[in-house]
Design a protein around this ligand. Structure first.
Ligand code: 3HC
Length: 289
């Protein structure tokens, strides 16, 4: 089954990035968000991202315009009934996701594949709330989605091999690199990344080195594009805190538990780039001060 018509639920950083990637690859995309203000923010993100892609010479201006025109956004699910695939990218709250899939399950034909972009919740828990657990999988994109090549295809115990094969082909079709992971907290990338970021915070807590020197060490010693603290600020400390709690719950290993400093920074509202302060200070344009 070839996927041409995609639905995306959520128009935040991930949802808008996913919509942009699918539309740029020629798919028809319909997006649902809760209110007009959120839809306006999603369009703003797409417009600035497409402008960067055009400026970098990776797409002609008319191609970018055509990609944008392939996306439609609304506050209802009305345009979802003919979708081949629906990708959910709403808040990481199990109840919110469950409600979205219950509604979609009533609306979409049995052939529609459902996927969640969750980075922390079990895919199987969502799959069994629908009548199509065999056509339900994880599709985990990375931030910023228009730039990061990887997409993890997550196979829950209920997901059929046919669904995995269809999704792998879809990921390649939209110009990304697929890998297949079992449905275990963190999948492949976050399973490696999260303990590393938590360890960086512990290195700081133990007074071994400063935020700047830890980032400089990783960027220059490992050639990572960002150090762990830049990446924490970029993806959001609240997300890291939430994911660490989920990991600790799943594995019961002390190294997965959120370090005290992370918990306190989240309590103080120092969530990173989005609140102007995390381990670094950020200006209105998202530039590090
Ligand atoms: N949209 C489109 N293009 C973008 C973009 C966006 N939002 N952000 C950056 N770019 C493009 C730029 O236009 C530029 O293109 P060019 O090389 O063709 O000129 C290129 O990406 C590099 O951007 P910049 O020069 O502005 O800045 P950097 O070189 O610092 O790159 C970065 C920015 C791509 C974000 C890079 O720092 C990076 O790769 N960081 C690591 C990001 C990462 O690890 N993400 C994964 C997070 S974990 C996750 O998402 C999992 C989840 O579950 C939490």
């Amino acid at each position: 089954m070839a996927i041409e018509r995609v639905g995306v639920v959520g128009f935040g950083a991930m949802g808008s990035g996913i919509a942009q990637v699918c539309a740029s690859a020629g798919c028809s995309v319909t997006v649902r968000e809760v209110d007009q203000a959120a839809i306006d923010r999603g369009w703003k993100g797409i417009d600035s991202s497409l402008a960067r892609v055009v400026k970098a010479g990776r797409m002609a201006e008319d191609e970018a315009k055509a990609a944008r025109a392939r996306i439609g956004a609304a506050t209802t699910f009305d345009a979802f009934a003919d979708r081949d695939l629906v990708i959910e990218a709403v808040l990481e709250i199990a109840d919110v996701k469950r409600k979205v899939f219950e509604e979609l399950d009533r609306l979409c034909p049995p052939s529609t594949i459902f996927a969640s972009n969750t980075s922390s919740l079990p895919i199987v828990d969502m799959a069994v709330t629908t009548k199509r657990p065999q056509r339900f999988a994880g599709l985990h994109f990375f931030n910023p989605a228009p730039v990061m090549p990887l997409v993890e295809v997550v196979q829950a115990v209920t997901t059929s091999d046919e669904t995995v094969a269809t999704l792998k082909a879809f990921v390649q079709r939209i110009g990304k690199v697929p890998v297949v992971s079992k449905d275990v907290a963190g999948f492949i990338v976050n399973r490696l990344l999260v303990p590393y970021m938590l360890d960086a915070i512990r290195v700081l807590e133990q007074g071994i080195a400063s935020v700047e020197d830890i980032d400089t060490a990783v960027k220059n010693g490992l050639r990572h594009p960002m150090g762990p603290f830049e990446l924490l600020d970029y993806t959001g400390l609240d997300i890291a805190y939430h994911v660490a709690n989920v990991f600790f719950e799943e594995f019961k290993e002390p190294r997965m538990a959120p370090p005290p400093l992370l918990k306190r920074m989240v309590a103080a509202g120092r969530l990173g780039k989005k609140t102007g302060r995390g381990f670094y200070e950020w200006d209105d344009k998202g530039i590090k001060k």
